[in-house]
Design a protein around this ligand. Structure first.
Ligand code: GDP
Length: 445
């Protein structure tokens, strides 16, 4: 059995004293465990090494969230980095199948699950995308393989190209194209022959078929349990034939799915689908989150860390609210609010969120109150001393002059800011009494 990564990490961190931020040494120690976990999950050594180095840079110096252990926090960082690596710009489930009939070439080694996956994909295209699908087996070496596809076709209600003995792979592929055109099919799937190992004859044949039909997608089917071998197979097929995506089979087994990470990192090709069983509906769109959780051996930790972060933010909001209710709304608070507004898309959007303030939002807009002004106001507050920020009542003429000059602005601008602060403080107090503040703030944090 694999040791859970979080268990490994808590072992490491239990020996360390708790600090406010993750130190370089802590992170290094933790990442040694992460590397072992990745290797156990079948991630190839160079990929695991590069990955860990990238994470090291990201994790060092991060503040440790209260209510989770540093180990859990590292897991979260590692998890997010895994998801990042596994996520491409493309939508895995969206195949290029416009311009009917669109040829899809299925390639891979024998035993990888290619024929089964061809059937699964045909079923998916038919049922989910409402496509008319034709399948053809190009495996002239194994009549049983041709029959297997035919039987699958009958099971799932998808047509297969009639078997004509004596044709070569290119002839069959061309016949499939003609039949697909004449028969009004949207897609035709070509299940190429596999070999136990990559050899020249196989590659040449697949290349010839590719040149004959110009596939819209060339999908490599690989056994997800074979780890490093799967990656080598993908590299070879990509170099010779060019693949547009990968389907990992047997992801229902007890392998940890590390092949997915290596595959993505080494070939840069998107993983489109994963096979999760022998049945015809056991094919799912690839989901980086799921595989990342599986590689690490836990999904709950990530949820836990997220929850902890939420809790902390909620606690901060609560504390602020209690102060506002007592009428303690100082310049630091105003600055936090202004910064929050900037982050959330400006004054207008934030006012729109607060009950009863829609009208004010419109006025704010009319007055030309945009992000530039928010920034200027933040600059004015920054130009105040700590004491002044805590107690704006201190601001008399000479102080005002100094502050405005410090921010490169006019005293009239500062007066506007002070007026706004007073209005907001009053409003907060009033809303606090009526319980509206709590409601309003819910939308803001
Ligand atoms: P091919 O030689 O590449 O065409 O492989 P097949 O499609 O004949 O599959 C070989 C075996 O793997 C069959 O027994 C399939 O049922 C099985 N298989 C294929 N995909 C999966 C999968 O995702 N999970 C599991 N558990 N078995 C699979």
């Amino acid at each position: 059995m694999f040791e859970n990564l979080s268990e490994r990490l808590s072992g490491v961190f239990d020996r360390l004293t708790r600090q406010g931020a993750l130190s370089e040494e802590d992170v290094k120690t933790a990442l040694r465990e992460v590397r072992v976990a990745l290797l156990e999950a079948d991630v190839s050594l160079p990929v695991a090494r590069d990955f860990v180095a990238a994470v090291q840079a990201k994790a060092t110096g991060q503040a440790v969230t209260k209510s989770v252990t540093p180990g859990q926090q590292v897991v979260k960082i590692v998890h997010d980095a895994l998801v990042d690596t596994l996520t491409g710009s493309e939508d895995p489930g969206a195949l290029k199948i416009d311009n009917p009939p669109a040829p899809i070439l299925m390639v891979g080694l024998q035993g990888s699950g290619k024929t089964t996956t061809t059937g699964k994909l045909a079923k998916r295209l038919k049922e989910r995308d409402g496509k008319r699908v034709l399948m053809a087996s190009l495996d002239i070496y194994r009549p049983a393989a041709m029959q297997q596809l035919q039987i699958l076709g009958q099971q799932i209600g998808v047509d297969t190209l009639p078997i004509v003995p004596g044709e070569n792979a290119v002839q069959i592929a061309k016949r499939a194209r003609t039949q697909a055109s004449l028969g009004g099919y949207d897609v035709y799937l070509l299940d190429t022959a596999g070999r136990l190992q990559i050899d020249q004859t196989l590659m040449q044949e697949v290349e010839d078929v590719r040149d004959a039909v110009k596939p819209r997608e060339t999908l490599l089917v690989v056994d997800g349990l074979t780890g490093q071998v799967a990656v080598e197979v993908a590299e070879e097929f990509d170099a010779k034939v060019g693949i547009s995506g990968v389907i990992l089979t047997r992801m229902d087994g007890d392998g940890r799915g590390g092949a997915a990470l290596s595959m993505r990192a080494v070939t840069g090709k998107p993983i489109r689908f994963v096979g999760l069983g022998e049945k015809m509906d056991a094919l799912e769109t690839f989901e980086p989150e799921r595989i990342a959780g599986r590689i690490l051996g836990m999904g709950d930790i990530v949820a836990l860390v997220e929850k902890a972060q939420e809790t902390i933010e909620a606690e901060q909001a609560e504390r602020m609210m209690r102060r506002f209710q007592k009428g303690q709304f100082n310049m630091n608070d105003l600055r936090t609010q202004l910064e929050q507004m900037l982050k959330m898309g400006g004054m207008e959007s934030i006012m729109g969120m607060m009950p009863g303030m829609g009208k004010m939002a419109a006025q704010v807009k009319e007055a030309g109150f945009d992000d530039r002004i928010l920034k200027q106001q933040i600059a004015l507050i920054q130009s105040m001393t700590k004491k002044e920020r805590a107690n704006p009542a201190l601001l008399q003429a000479s102080r005002k002059k100094r502050i405005a000059a410090g921010a490169g602005m006019d005293v009239s601008e500062l007066n506007k800011l002070l007026k706004m602060h007073r209005q907001m403080a009053d409003m907060m107090k009033k809303m606090g009494k009526g319980g509206m503040l709590k409601q309003a703030m819910k939308g803001m944090f």
